[in-house]
Design a binder for this molecule. Structure first.
Ligand code: ADP
Ligand code: MG
Ligand code: ZN
Length: 475
């Protein structure tokens, strides 16, 4: 039997205003090659100066994963030739990274937790982008010199589910700390997956394959699964040593297979050495003090939602999995509605009407409005069914005022007992035979009377009140 071993490297683009070593803006939707200067173009004589904001965000991250923060860290030069890197080297941190020895807790399917160790998180500069356009290739250097935090896990994950759970947790922490957009499609959260197998019980690490550039959790899951099959089949067929070599592979989404991109023999010789153009990076005591005060993280928030609002653990994890959703829920709670109702209307009713759009901030119905809908059920102004109509209307009409909508759609529940009694009397006197039959023991007819009254009120009567009045009148 085999055991799967997975270690992950994640490149997170930090959302600083300016680049890592120069004052060029970090926004990418500008005209190509406009956010550049002698430093990020690596013109001779230009010198890098460290952007302090990068250290601040690194301290926040290190705090979030309970890591050691090296108050003094250093930069190193990693040489490689590639058209999108004008300097022909990358500035990174090899020997002394800013963050070391952290950990992150993941939730497993069976409800238990597992700790994944994080070896390090280091600062490095991003490259530009090659744009391939038919026969010609172009280079856009707007991204060159953008700050990255590379987060390297220990090989602690044992299957694709654990790897994805780790990545989702990491992703949500980045979003909670607001140190990066972590948008996988746009490349601000890039994952390299290292996979190997070994006989169960064996402690040593076997040959790892690195799969690069997979831009969704779903594809990462699949890539690991197919790569594990490839490796174990090679083992069973007795060709493991020939076929499984340390190399970089790509995941082909269409063919659902991994494919060799570059092998060991082509592996770059990075010729690392300490970066001579930069001073050591210093996290001062004041910086440490200030930036280790981080916002509440997903796990803490989840526990608080269970305690404070009486949510189920399941609902609490769904809601806290995204920082926007958690904020939306807290804003709903500020309106004084029940936690359980709030959770249902957010995770079931509102989400169902968002048609697969996962970004809660895109809805035309804001937290206060949704909470008001719930409040009108709680104070019996409208029935739950009517509330759904109100929400439908608000979603289709770009939001609006809840009470005005209830008024407009005529959904106000009649709880005026006088009015309900009058309607019941009317139905009873209009159906003398049915009343006879009911009194003679045909109890099923009770539903008929309720239905008739509700119909007469066009659904606006409070059904509970109708039930009570009819029970009293029919005996
Ligand atoms: P590099 O920077 O050359 O990719 P590292 O030593 O930094 O190499 O390791 C990169 C990642 O690979 C780490 O996340 C580590 O946990 C993981 N890793 C190392 N060995 C293995 C292995 N045998 N199987 C799976 N993952 C591994
Ligand atoms: Mg690697
Ligand atoms: Zn620049």
């Amino acid at each position: 039997m085999f055991e799967v071993v997975i270690g992950l490297e994640v490149h997170v683009q930090l959302n600083t205003k300016t680049k890592l070593f120069c004052s060029c803006p970090t926004s990418f939707n500008h005209k190509q090659n406009t956010n550049t200067c002698p430093t990020c173009l690596a013109l001779p004589g230009a010198l890098p100066v460290l952007n302090k904001e990068v250290l601040h965000k690194s301290v926040m991250f290190g705090t979030a994963i309970d890591a050691t923060i090296n108050q003094v860290s250093y930069f190193d030069r990693k040489s490689y030739f590639y058209p999108d890197s004008p300097s022909a080297y990358q500035i990174t941190q090899l020997y002394t990274p800013v963050v070391e020895h952290g950990e992150l807790e993941i939730d497993l399917e069976d409800g238990t937790q597992k700790t994944i160790r994080i070896n390090r998180a280091h600062i490095e500069a991003d490259a530009g982008k090659n744009i391939h356009d038919g026969d010609i290739s172009k280079v856009d250097l707007n991204r060159a010199g953008t700050p990255l935090l590379e987060i390297v896990s220990e090989p602690d994950m044992r299957n694709a589910d654990e790897a994805v759970a780790y990545l989702k947790k990491l992703h949500s922490i980045i979003r909670y700390l607001d140190i990066g957009d972590a948008n996988m499609q746009e490349g601000s959260f890039r994952v390299d997956v290292n996979v190997s197998i070994r006989p169960k019980g064996d402690e040593k690490l076997y040959t790892r394959v690195e799969i690069k550039n997979i831009n969704s959790f779903k594809f990462i899951q699949k890539a690991i699964e197919v790569e594990v099959i490839r490796q174990s089949e090679a083992w069973e067929d007795g060709v493991y040593d020939d076929e499984i070599v340390q190399e970089t592979r790509l995941f082909d989404q269409v063919k659902q297979e991994t494919r060799s991109m570059r092998g060991k023999e082509e592996a770059a010789d990075y010729r690392y050495f300490p970066e001579p153009d930069l001073l050591k990076a210093v996290v001062t005591d004041e910086m440490l003090e200030k930036y280790s005060k981080i916002p509440e993280l997903p796990d803490a928030k989840k526990e608080r939602f269970v305690e404070e609002f009486g949510l189920s653990l399941y609902n609490a994890s769904v809601i806290t999995s995204s920082v926007e959703m958690a904020q939306f829920f807290e804003d709903m709670m500020a309106e004084g509605i029940s936690g359980k109702n709030g959770a249902t209307w957010l995770t079931v009713e509102l989400q169902a009407r968002m048609k697969g759009d996962v970004n809660i901030t895109n809805t035309p119905v804001d937290a206060k409005t949704l909470a008001t809908v719930v409040k009108r059920i709680e104070d019996k102004t409208i029935s739950g069914k009517a509330a759904k109509e109100v929400l439908d209307f608000l979603m289709e009409n770009d939001g609006g005022d809840v009470d005005a909508t209830i008024e407009k759609l005529g959904l106000k529940q009649v709880t005026d007992m006088g009015a309900i009694e009058a309607m019941c009397d009317e139905i009873i006197s209009a159906n003398p035979e049915k009343v006879e039959q009911y009194k003679g023991g045909k109890e099923k007819l009770f539903g008929f009377f309720v239905g008739q009254v509700m119909k007469a009120s066009k659904g606006s009567a409070n059904p509970q009140a109708v039930n009570e009045v009819l029970k009293a009148k029919l005996g």
